[in-house]
Design a binder for this molecule. Structure first.
Ligand code: NAP
Length: 330
């Protein structure tokens, strides 16, 4: 697997990381022994960048990754474990409150370390800004956690360029994580450029459009509690419109002899040297297929064609339901 550098930490990571959220919540049932086998396989393929959050499965995801770390003690230094704080939900609820207060961060970090069974978190993200806690207070707390060795690097998720600049001036930010894919292009407005200018990596979440862009998502067969039922762009007329674009995308991918998923990942890797997609999967065949995308070289005409096919004005519907927009900065 090709690598990319988390510049501020001078830490190489696999060019494609593994998003672990679906192993605990949001996309229907999962099986822990299958998830652990998949994590082993990822490591075997050279994938060393794993993404979690305390809120995924209400701690379940971190506990699962703790089991994985325990099974790979000798490789701990090779593994780059990322997790997040700041979204607080009652068990079983999607509705949330946000908390970036110093006391909350210290407790959340302690709890994540316990669940992961590790002495340090490699990359610790603020999952969403709470807008009550000044950036200075949050960053000073995180900076102190770096100094005491609890975390190695600081990340921010779904922040604006202005917040990134403000935070980066207090302590270097290792990575910004935001939704970015062919059909979610908002970071192209300025955030990707700000990251590049500051030497901050950009971690692209939901790079496969939560499976929709793969052309294999059967929305009518999703489990009753699958989060994607609530995503406006996967509903009603918006879904029908978006499906037409994905059909054209599937034809193009077929013509170029890649899978849709591979083309989603290769598109952003070829476009930006500082972007690291974290594709989520629970299936070995998908993991292997996605990993191959790191070697795909696209011509600039191919990138342009994809840019145009998915031009933002053609995408119907919002990427989050109302309750999901809290803390997402423009
Ligand atoms: N910072 C944030 O606020 C935030 C928000 C959302 C997600 N994330 C992070 O980003 C990670 C990735 O995002 P995501 O999981 O939402 O979406 P994603 O990576 O765009 O898509 C994951 C979905 O695509 C399917 N899939 C994967 N590879 C495939 C392939 N080759 N062919 C067909 N289907 C394929 C997966 O299926 P199976 O699972 O069934 O294999 C899963 O349903 C998450 O795991 C999480 O760590 C962060």
């Amino acid at each position: 697997m090709q690598t990319r550098l988390l510049q501020q930490m001078n830490q190489p990571v696999s060019a494609i990381g593994l998003g672990c959220m679906g192993m605990s919540e949001f996309y229907g049932d999962s099986d822990d022994s299958q998830s652990l086998a998949l994590l082993d396989k990822a490591l075997e393929l050279g994938i060393n960048f794993f993404d979690s959050a305390d809120t995924y499965g209400f701690g379940h995801n971190e506990t699962l990754l703790g089991q994985f770390l325990a099974n790979h003690k000798a490789q701990r230094e090779q593994i780059v474990m990322a997790t997040k704080f700041g979204i607080v939900r009652a068990k079983g609820q999607y509705e949330r409150r946000l908390d970036n207060s110093p006391d909350y961060i210290k407790q959340a970090c302690h709890d994540s370390l316990q669940r992961l069974g590790t002495e340090y978190i490699d990359l610790y993200y603020c999952h969403r800004r709470d807008h009550k806690t000044p950036v200075e207070d949050m960053m000073q707390t995180l900076s102190a956690l770096v100094k005491q060795g609890d975390i190695r690097g600081i990340g921010l998720s779904e922040v604006s360029s202005a917040t990134l600049r403000q935070a980066h001036a207090i302590h270097p930010i290792t990575a910004v994580q935001s939704e970015y894919s062919l059909w979610s292009r908002q970071p192209e407005e300025d955030l990707l450029q700000t990251c590049r200018e500051l030497g901050v990596s950009f971690v692209a979440y939901s790079p496969l459009g939560r499976a929709f862009l793969t052309g294999k998502l059967e929305t009518e067969n999703l489990a009753a509690d699958d989060f994607r039922h609530a995503v406006p762009r996967l509903q009603g007329e918006a879904l029908i419109d978006n499906q037409q674009i994905v059909q054209q995308f599937s034809q193009l991918a077929g013509k170029w002899q890649y899978s849709n998923a591979q083309l989603c990942l290769a598109w952003m890797l070829n476009k930006h040297p500082h972007v690291i997609p974290i594709a989520g999967t629970r299936h070995e065949k998908y993991l292997m297929e996605n990993a191959k995308a790191a070697d795909i070289v696209l011509k600039s005409q191919q990138i342009d064609e994809l840019d145009k096919l998915f031009s933002p004005n053609k995408i119907a519907g919002a990427r989050y339901p109302k309750a999901g927009w809290g803390g997402i900065e423009k």
